[in-house]
Write a protein that binds this ligand. Structure first.
Ligand code: AMP
Ligand code: ZN
Ligand code: ZN
Length: 424
C-alpha cells in the first residue's frame, strides 16, 4: 500500500511519466523509484576459462575478483557445455533439459521442418523454442522492474509474450566498447526510466579460443581486450559516482579445451553414417537419430566400447548431466573425452580438429566457467568453492528482490558472499 501510494505521488509529480514511452509487461505495476533495487549488471564473457585470470592481462577483472567475490575453481556449467543452453540456464535456473534450449542446434517434432541453429535468425526469434522457461528479465518486467539487454541469447525473443524494455538484435560486429557505451547510456537515464537489470555480452574470447585454441597468444589478446572494455565500464561508473551503487556479476557460459587433428575419433568406424541423422556434423558432442528401421543396429554399434568416446541412449545418460528427458534431445548422444573430437573421414579433409572447443563433460576443469561478483550486496575478498551455474538465477532474483520462478538454483551457495541486508 505504501509502495502504491509512493508510486502515485511520484506520478503526480511527473517523475514516472517517462515510463509511458514503452509499455510495461501486461498487468505489471511499475515499482516506485524508492523501492527499486540497486542496478544489477550481468556480464557474460563467452568461453572465458577462469584460469585466464592468471595470464597477467586482466587488471580489471582481477581487481574485481580481489575486491569482490570469486569462484576460485570456477563455476560448473550445465550439460551440454554450449553457449545457448548455458546462457539460458544462467537466467532461468534450470538445466537445458528442463528449460528446453538443449543445444545450439536442435529440432522439435512440434515445430516441424525447422532446424534451430545460431545462424537461423527466424528460428532464434521464435518464442516456441524458449517458452519452456521464464528468463529473469521477463519476471522482472512482470513484477514492475525495468530491464535492458545488450545481447544475451533469448533476449530478442518475446518469451511468454514479454521482452526486455530495451534490447538489440544480436550483431557480432557491434564493437565491444559501443556495447559498454550503450549500457552506460541506459544507466545514465533518470531514476524513473533507468533499468534495474542490464545484460552485457562479449563473444571475442570464445571466438579466439575456437580459432586459435585456449593457449594461443590470440586468445590471451582477446582476454586482454575484453578486460579493457570492462575497464571502460568500471571507470565510467566510478566517474559518475555509481560504481558503489551497482551490483556487477561477471560470468561465462563454459571454458575451452584445445583440439588437434591427432585427437580425432572417426565416426565412420563407429557406425554406418547412412544409418543416422545428425544435425551437428562433428565436434565434442553429437546427437544421433537412427533412420527408420536402423534403430537396433545403431543401438548395438554405439553400445560397443569406443576409445576416447562414450555413447548413451538418451534415457541412460549419467544422472549428473540431468539430461535426456526432454523430447528435443536426440535418441543417442556421443561425447568425446576432453581434448578429443568426433570427426568423419570427410570432415578430416575439410575441417580437421584444430584450435579449441567446448561441449565436453561439465565436470572437466577446462570446461569450468567464470564467476565474479562485486558491489554493495557483496562481501569483499570472498572465494567460493565450485557450484553449479543454475545457482546464479537464485542470486539474480535475490538481488533484484523479485519472486523467482520454480528453479534448481540454491541461494545458499552465495551466503558467505552476501552482505547482511541493511534494514529499510
Ligand atoms: P558456440 O557455438 O557455443 O561457441 O556459440 C558462440 C557463438 O554464439 C558466438 O560466437 C556468437 O556468434 C553466437 N551468439 C551469441 N549470442 C548470440 C545471440 N544473442 N544471437 C545469435 N548468436 C549469438
Ligand atoms: Zn559460449
Ligand atoms: Zn564457443
Amino acid at each position: 500500500m505504501k509502495l502504491l501510494h509512493h508510486f502515485f505521488s511520484l506520478l503526480a509529480l511527473g517523475l514516472v511519466s517517462a515510463c509511458a514511452q514503452l509499455p510495461p509487461a501486461p498487468g505489471a505495476q511499475p515499482v516506485a523509484v524508492a523501492q527499486r533495487p540497486t542496478p544489477l549488471i550481468l556480464i557474460s564473457i563467452d568461453g572465458f576459462r577462469p584460469d585466464y585470470l592468471q595470464r597477467g592481462v586482466t587488471p580489471v577483472l582481477s581487481a574485481l575478483a580481489r575486491d569482490g567475490v570469486l569462484a576460485a575453481q570456477g563455476m560448473r556449467p550445465s550439460f551440454p557445455s554450449l553457449t545457448f543452453p548455458n546462457h539460458y540456464t544462467l537466467v532461468t535456473g534450470l538445466t537445458p533439459d528442463r528449460h528446453g534450449v538443449i543445444n545450439n542446434t536442435m529440432t522439435d517434432a512440434k515445430i516441424p521442418d525447422v532446424l534451430f541453429t545460431l545462424s537461423n535468425r527466424a528460428a532464434l526469434a521464435d518464442r516456441r523454442w524458449w517458452d519452456g522457461a521464464t528468463p529473469i528479465w521477463v519476471s522482472a518486467e512482470q513484477q514492475g522492474l525495468r530491464t535492458a539487454t545488450m545481447f544475451w541469447p533469448g533476449s530478442e525473443v518475446d518469451i511468454q509474450g514479454v521482452r526486455p524494455r530495451d534490447w538489440l538484435a544480436y550483431d557480432h560486429n557491434f564493437p565491444a566498447d559501443a556495447r559498454v557505451d550503450q549500457v552506460l547510456e541506459w544507466l545514465d537515464r533518470p531514476a524513473a526510466t533507468r533499468p534495474d537489470f542490464v545484460t552485457l555480452y562479449f563473444e571475442a574470447v570464445d571466438s579466439a579460443g575456437h580459432r586459435y585454441g585456449p593457449d594461443a597468444a590470440e586468445t590471451t589478446a582477446a582476454v586482454a581486450s575484453v578486460d579493457k572494455s570492462i575497464g571502460r565500464l568500471i571507470d565510467a561508473l566510478a566517474a559518475r559516482g555509481r560504481l558503489q551503487q551497482s551490483n556487477l556479476l561477471i560470468v561465462s557460459d563454459h571454458g575451452m579445451a584445445p583440439l588437434s587433428a591427432q585427437r580425432a575419433v572417426l565416426l565412420d568406424e563407429m557406425l554406418d553414417l547412412a544409418s543416422v541423422q545428425r544435425f551437428v556434423p562433428y565436434g565434442p558432442l553429437l546427437g544421433f537419430t537412427p533412420l527408420p528401421g536402423r534403430e537396433a543396429e545403431v543401438r548395438e554399434r554405439l553400445a560397443q566400447p569406443h576409445e576416447h568416446v562414450q555413447c548413451w541412449p538418451k534415457a541412460q545418460l549419467p544422472v549428473r548431466f540431468d539430461y535426456g528427458h526432454n523430447a528435443r534431445v536426440p535418441p543417442f548422444i556421443c561425447l568425446a573425452e576432453i581434448e578429443w573430437a568426433l570427426a568423419t573421414r570427410e570432415s578430416m579433409v575439410r575441417n580437421p580438429p584444430a584450435g579449441g572447443s567446448h561441449g565436453y563433460d561439465p565436470d572437466e576443469a577446462q570446461m569450468a566457467a567464470l564467476f565474479i561478483a562485486r558491489g554493495p550486496a557483496f562481501e569483499s575478498g570472498v572465494q567460493l568453492g565450485s557450484f553449479a551455474n543454475v545457482d546464479v538465477y537464485a542470486l539474480l532474483a535475490q538481488l533484484l528482490g523479485i519472486r523467482p520462478q520454480p528453479n534448481q538454483g540454491r541461494l545458499e551457495t552465495f551466503r558467505p558472499a552476501l552482505r547482511p541486508r541493511l534494514p529499510d
